[in-house]
Design a protein around this ligand. Structure first.
Ligand SMILES: *Cc1c(COP(=O)(O)O)cnc(C)c1O
Length: 452
């Protein structure tokens, strides 16, 4: 008898009938039975509002340096932030192609266009590297909190940082962010890439002098290999995507920036005008950090849905079973193979799972075919190019509208259904602008074929 975290598959299925559908890679919607009001949950979490504010302030201190090192950020004052845009044409196209009503405006948060590394990882990944650099510079008495941080671009700093190495395990995008930022500051960087990692991401990193170690195994093993390398010396920093608070906090800063953008678009948010947010999830840090930041600002008026590929529903399995990283998608017979390389994670972050346990409203899954369809429809309707992972959030409004049956869902879900007409759907597009044109064209063509 094979046991998964102490139970047989049959026992798990009796407890969670949805597992039958998950195991056969069907698209599902799971609603979180452990959801609780934010006021009850937030005070007891292991992360706090003060830490998010601290991260925000650190990014402000670094803004003069970021402007100097990456002149494309001058227009944003050295902050790495993405546009927020209404996607009316896409909304119409989706209603037509999926034959569903979508009421309430759809907004797209374009992290696909984030400067420096073209994905959501430009938030957490870059933040963590900056924090390491600051700590080292403080320790060497080269910098103080009130100094103009643009001095960090001087050769003396590069020379100092070159004694240290930053190591990370990644499916691609985190490696890109850490590699680009680390190399710019002068660090040595090694990136352990899992099997999904796209060739162009490895090529880009090598062109910057970053060491790329290729693994034929999945993300979890690539991270373990990185962790082992980092144990060899005190001069090595390991960016631990499974457990990092700093990554999480870097992502969380997105929320207050978004709040300003929503206000400028005159979107009001409250109990009768909820904000429904759809976030693609890999190991969990990106969507978890952003969700946490939004919960601090909007409480129960924000509804959080994560989305995962049907072949990699790791956060879903972790939360549903309550076992977090003690269970993997492979344990349940899934292969963790997906075109959504940024989401190809077989085992979720326990740290993030525990933070989200009572905050998240639900998780839905999408097939790879769906991702290509959405990607191509977005290109046709809005001329916006995203990578497959980043298209996953777009399906959320369809899933919610299709599930609006009177006999489905708990009271929180039915309450949302009753105010769906006056809600705002916010889809997080998590990556894309660095994808080479030929790769993007192939993805688009694939989606075109599937739509016909
Ligand atoms: C990493 C990534 C995500 C998910 O972030 P996690 O922190 O792994 O959950 C989503 N989309 C893209 C494009 C990514 O690279």
């Amino acid at each position: 008898m094979v046991y998964i975290a102490g139970k047989t598959v049959a026992e798990w299925k009796r407890e969670h009938p949805l597992l039958d559908f998950i195991q056969s890679s069907q698209e599902v919607l799971w609603l979180n039975p452990r959801w609780l009001p934010a006021a009850q949950v937030l005070p007891s979490l292991s992360v706090s509002r003060a830490e998010v504010v601290d991260a925000e302030q650190r990014l402000l201190r670094f803004a003069p340096y970021i402007q100097r090192a990456f002149p494309e950020t001058i227009v944003d004052g050295g902050l790495i932030e993405s546009p927020l845009r209404a996607i009316c044409e896409m909304q119409e196209g989706m209603q037509r192609e999926f034959d569903t009503d979508i009421v309430g405006p759809m907004l797209l948060k374009l992290d696909s266009e984030l400067k420096i590394s073209g994905s959501i990882k430009a938030r957490g990944g870059i933040y963590e590297v900056l924090k390491i650099a600051e700590r080292l510079a403080f320790a060497a008495d080269m910098l103080e909190a009130h100094t103009d941080y643009s001095v960090l671009a001087n050769p003396s700093f590069r020379k100092h940082f070159s004694q240290y190495r930053i190591v990370v395990g990644s499916t691609g995008n985190l490696g890109l962010s850490i590699g680009i930022m680390g190399a710019k500051l002068g660090f040595q960087v090694s990136v352990h890439m899992s099997t999904e990692a796209k060739q162009w991401k490895k090529d880009k990193l090598r062109s910057l002098g970053v060491e790329v170690v290729e693994h034929s195994s999945d993300y979890t093993q690539a991270v373990q290999a990185g962790r082992r390398e980092a144990q060899a010396s005190d001069n090595i920093f390991f960016v631990d995507d499974d457990h990092s608070r700093d990554l999480f906090l870097g992502y969380a800063v997105a929320a207050s920036r978004l709040q300003g953008q929503l206000e400028r678009l005159q979107v009001s948010i409250g109990p009768h005008h909820p904000l429904v947010v759809y976030l693609p999830c890999g190991v969990g840090g990106g969507p978890g950090g952003i969700a946490f930041g939004l919960k601090l600002l909007y409480g129960d008026s924000v509804h959080i849905y994560f989305v995962e590929p049907t072949h990699s529903p790791s956060m879903l399995l972790g939360l549903m079973t309550g076992q977090h990283d003690a269970v993997s998608v492979q344990d349940f017979g899934l292969d963790n193979h997906t075109a959504a390389d940024g989401l190809a994670v077989g085992r979720p972050s326990r740290f993030v799972g525990r933070v989200m346990d009572h905050l998240i409203d639900g998780i839905y899954t999408v097939s790879d075919e769906r991702l290509y369809q959405l990607l191509s429809l977005l290109q046709d309707s809005e001329q916006i190019a995203v990578e497959p992972s980043a298209a996953a959030g777009l399906f959320g409004p369809v899933v919610l509208h299709r599930s609006g049956k009177p006999d489905f869902g708990d009271s929180r879900f039915r309450q949302l259904q009753s105010v769906l007409h006056s809600s705002t759907h916010l889809v997080w597009a998590t990556g894309g602008s660095m994808v080479p044109r030929d790769v993007m064209r192939d993805d688009y063509n694939r989606g075109q074929m599937l739509r016909n």
